[in-house]
Write a protein that binds this ligand. Structure first.
Ligand code: COS
Length: 385
């Protein structure tokens, strides 16, 4: 639900300008150096971009889901690394606390996440627990007024920059499955917490992931999210419902950028005596991309509105992520194809985006996991009738 159209328009306009004037010119440098310049991070803080989805009471802007996806359409029109830096504070790195945290936990962490003073990270995936998240093996054993955490988390976005981690761990080693999983907030610097080396990824240079290792890491019991054991998996799933919608929106924004670049190139590039945009086989790729993107945009907005209306959007969020991320992959492929040889060299953004957006179909639940969630929900509904 858009609550204040004027303020939202101001925000979207300033983000759009920031992307165009400040971030796009830095894309090649970020890809080359694998770092976002510190002054850009400061600018992002000044614009309030770290606290978009955090409640106002804790210093955030408390955007509705619809407002957030409109923002995501804009920020995604540049290298995904820029969004990734603010992505965890607005999404998986804060929402566990926002949705299920105690008042004390909210007061302690959310204001600093909202300003970007600290970065939050979400530690669910493990070396042997990816899509089958409920099989995770990290343990948290109660010891007095604290828990001892042991285990390894893998591919954790923003872990190298993070000051706090939302960590899913098994509090009852005798129970298999989701019911024994609890969520904890673990602060950087806690003895027994260490990081692996930064992963060398296919793309998204400037955004970092690494292992997070817990070796008898002592975490205060007060940092058990919501103060309740055994509900951490549900917290993680609720966080991912929102995250999946956000990634769907990001896929739409990235596709819009790639189509815009491809269109521009097609209008400039001349072959057989005329711009290649005048050839119908090129036009088919442009048209299919536009239709694909429009469909994804409509899905994302509809799902966001339903979430704002208080509906359970597990199915819709998965539909939107599945369709929008696959759509983004198709647009990336067509964009490279329209660029021809130029699409295969690093001088043009098409090559970089092609690699960058590949991740969208994998993280926050692969396309196959989205299919599984959608089908399961449908079958459950059918059986309940
Ligand atoms: N919201 C709230 N609760 C949810 C939920 C949701 N969206 N989805 C599942 N749950 C609950 C279920 O209701 C169930 O609770 P009960 O035991 O009380 O009935 C519990 O969580 C376990 O759910 P389920 O039985 O469906 O778990 P499964 O192990 O079968 O797996 C999938 C569920 C596969 C969907 C889950 O493991 C998943 O999303 N995997 C992908 C993980 C992922 O996205 N990783 C990306 C890395 S993080 S960036």
């Amino acid at each position: 639900m858009i609550r204040d159209p004027e303020t939202l328009e101001l925000l979207l306009n300033s983000v759009s300008r920031f992307v165009r004037e400040r971030l796009v010119p830095l894309e090649a440098e970020v890809a080359e150096t694998d770092q976002i310049p510190p002054d850009v991070v400061s600018d992002m803080r000044s614009l309030g971009l770290f606290g978009l989805s955090i409640p106002e009471a804790y210093g955030g802007l408390n955007l509705s889901m619809e407002e957030e996806v409109l923002f995501a359409f804009e920020i995604a029109k540049t290298s995904p690394a820029f969004r990734s830096l603010i992505g965890t504070n607005n999404g998986i790195g804060s929402q566990g606390i926002v949705i299920d945290g105690t008042e004390e936990q909210k007061e302690r962490y959310l204001p600093r996440l909202a300003t970007g003073e600290i970065i939050g990270s979400f530690a669910l995936t493990e070396p042997d627990a990816g899509s089958d998240a409920a099989s995770l093996r990290t343990t948290a054993v109660r010891d007095g007024d604290s828990y001892l955490l042991n285990g390894t988390k893998r591919y954790i976005t923003n872990a190298p920059q993070a000051s706090i981690f939302t960590v899913m761990a098994r509090t009852d080693a005798t129970l298999k499955g989701a019911g024994a999983i609890s969520a904890f907030i673990v602060e950087k610097g806690t003895p027994g917490l260490s990081l692996g080396k930064i992963d060398k990824k296919m793309g998204q240079k400037g955004a970092h992931t690494c292992d997070v290792i817990f070796d008898n890491c002592r975490v205060p019991a007060a940092n058990l999210i919501g103060g309740k054991e055994g509900v951490g998996f549900k917290t993680a799933m609720k966080v991912l419902d929102k995250g999946r919608l956000h990634i769907a929106a990001v896929s739409v924004g990235a596709a819009e950028r790639m189509l815009s670049d491809a269109l521009h190139y097609a209008c400039q590039r001349r072959q057989f005596g005329k711009p290649i945009a005048d050839f119908q086989l090129i036009q088919a790729m442009l048209a299919d991309s536009k239709a694909d993107m429009y469909a994804a945009r409509c899905m994302v907005i509809d799902a966001a509105r339903r979430r704002d209306a208080g509906q359970d959007v597990s199915t819709e969020a998965s539909c939107a992520k599945l369709f929008a991320t696959e759509m983004c992959g198709r647009v990336a492929d067509r964009s490279v194809q329209i660029h021809g040889g130029a699409g295969y060299v690093a001088d043009y953004a098409a090559e970089r985006f092609y690699r960058d957006v590949r991740l969208f179909r994998i993280y926050e639940g692969t396309s196959q996991i989205q299919q599984l969630v959608i089908a399961r929900n449908l079958i459950k509904q059918a059986r309940a009738q």
